[in-house]
Design a protein. Structure first.
Length: 166
């Protein structure tokens, strides 16, 4: 899974994948293999070089509060596949166009033209990196136009469908 970590005014690309019973984590350009044991909010992390750390982790939405010893980090973890509010109160932006967050293949279209949808309802499924990612409606609306069909391959930023505000 790919994420973006925001700490203070900096953004860093993160990638996390299972590696047997461990995790491989890419932070920027560096890969780390780590074993993670959790007991509530207390975690033990052992890195592949043998170093081990105890840390506390608290999650509030996208925000993570991580405490290691006397140091505390407040980090926002952003899933780039999640459609986020891009300004304006309607959540649709000025155009109402829902765009592909990454390249992939349209596995399923879950709505029809003219359908009324509520915020968070699944619109379609985009298969990318061997994972199916449901694209949700960013706001209540009416499906005005669908630009793709199941099986289509799309590039990042491609128009998927158009929602009219409800």
């Amino acid at each position: 899974m790919k994420f973006i970590a925001r700490y203070r005014d900096e953004e860093t690309a993160l990638e996390v994948e299972r590696h047997g019973s461990s995790y491989r984590v890419k932070i920027g350009d560096r890969w780390i293999v780590a074993d993670l044991v959790a007991a509530g909010s207390l975690h033990s992390v052992r890195l592949d070089d043998g170093r081990q750390y105890s840390l506390q982790h608290h999650r509030d939405g996208a925000m993570r509060q991580i405490t290691i010893g006397a140091s505390r980090l407040d980090i926002e973890i952003v899933d780039p596949l999640a459609l986020r509010r891009q300004g304006g109160d309607d959540h649709l932006g000025a155009s109402g166009i829902i765009k592909a967050p990454m390249p992939g293949r349209i596995a399923r279209v879950m709505v029809e033209k003219g359908a009324s949808v509520q915020r968070g309802a699944g619109l379609l499924v985009l298969e990318a990196m061997k994972m199916e990612n449901e694209i949700p409606a960013p706001a209540d609306g009416i499906v005005d136009e669908i630009f793709v069909t199941a099986g289509d391959t799309v590039e990042s930023g491609a128009d998927l469908l158009h929602l009219l505000p409800a």
